[in-house]
Ligand binder design. Structure first.
Ligand code: PEP
Ligand code: MN
Length: 339
């Protein structure tokens, strides 16, 4: 539930309400909006007695239960948009559209730096690249591991771009967090609750991919695990779900973007690369993602997709990516944002 404080409430009254709620065995968080302050109450099913008691406290206007299974992720909990600050790049700002781009996988120093320079040149904001790769087959490339993280750090030093990279297991969270500016949780780990809790215990921004078989509710509940550990810096990413369709690698569910923007205050970006699996579908779906209200994109770019160790068929050549960045401009402008 949330406790809506009256207009003109004093700091002392807010503090007294929080202390009383905590005395009753709940945790609280305070959300200061433009007009109202809301005290969020976290804990296992509040009782009706507590509900009535909190409503009677000085400075309280209303106590509202949150009926959804996800609470802290919900807009009922926090009506204002969350803007996640990634080393100075705001993600989720209603006026700014963010592009993350780079290779699926860090392969070599030259491959990464060539791509990173191109990504920087186009005015994109964040560099992507996997060092630990979840592969469906154990015989596929598994990533360079820490060596890949070091190359990402070098690319950041040279370009100034923050980096996003995947972490696959709780025991690697500390190591990956030393190098990454955003911890990516991949689709295969989207319901790995130990991993979600582990990234929730850091304060690093987290890019939470939608599980390929997750409903929107399950996806938001996965985000709830991270928020509930005290890390508010979650960016959701729609990357396609598995359906009976085989013309595309996944079915990019753009309606989920509109649902999530309505249901949650968290930023949501779109991955048209994993979402379609075909490089020639990336540009049209990227434009559609802008149009449907996504806060950003994450796109795979490779200097030579034919030679890529992973995801070559869905990776854009650098010239194609440059062209896409030019073509996105009017779509971004039409939604009242800038890049
Ligand atoms: C990726 O971004 O390269 C990736 C493996 O993503 P997903 O977890 O969405 O498949
Ligand atoms: Mn990939």
């Amino acid at each position: 539930m949330v406790i809506v404080m009256s207009k003109g409430v004093t700091q002392e009254q807010i503090q007294a309400v929080r202390e009383e709620v905590e005395r009753c065995g709940y945790r609280t968080s305070c959300i200061v909006g433009e007009e109202r302050t809301i005290v969020g109450v976290i804990g296992w099913k509040p009782s009706q007695n507590h509900f009535d008691h909190f409503r009677s406290l000085p400075g309280v206007e209303d106590v509202v239960p949150i009926m959804k299974r996800y609470k802290q992720t919900s807009r009922d909990w926090k009506p204002v948009d969350t803007v996640v600050n990634v080393r100075g790049v705001p993600v989720g700002d209603a006026k700014r559209f963010v592009v993350m781009a780079g290779p699926c996988t860090v392969e070599t120093r030259e491959q990464l730096l060539t791509t990173a320079r191109a990504v920087k040149r186009t005015g994109s904001h964040i560099l992507r690249g996997g060092a630990y790769k979840p592969s469906t087959s154990p015989y596929d490339f598994q990533g360079l591991g820490e060596e890949g993280l070091k190359l990402l750090a070098e690319a950041r030093r040279e370009t100034g771009l923050p980096v996003v990279t995947e972490v696959m297991s709780p025991d690697k969270v500390g190591l990956v967090a030393e190098y990454a500016d955003i911890l990516q949780i991949g689709t295969r780990n989207a319901q790995n609750y130990d991993l979600l809790k582990a990234v929730g215990q850091t304060r690093k921004p987290v890019l939470l991919k939608r599980g390929w078989a997750s409903t929107i509710e399950e996806w938001l509940l996965a985000a709830e695990y991270i928020l509930d550990q005290g890390n508010p810096n979650v960016i959701l990413c729609e990357r396609g779900i598995r359906t009976y369709e085989t013309a595309t690698r996944n079915t990019l569910d753009l309606s989920a973007v509109a649902v999530v923007k309505r249901e949650s205050h968290l930023p949501v970006i779109v991955d048209p690369s994993q979402g379609t699996g075909r490089w020639y579908l990336v540009a049209p779906m990227a434009k559609a993602a802008v149009a449907c209200g996504a806060d950003g994109l994450i796109i795979e770019v490779h200097p030579d997709p034919a030679q890529a160790l992973k995801d070559g068929p869905q990776s854009l050549r650098i010239d194609k990516f440059e062209q896409l960045m030019r073509e996105l401009q009017p779509f971004v402008a039409a939604t009242g944002r800038t890049m």
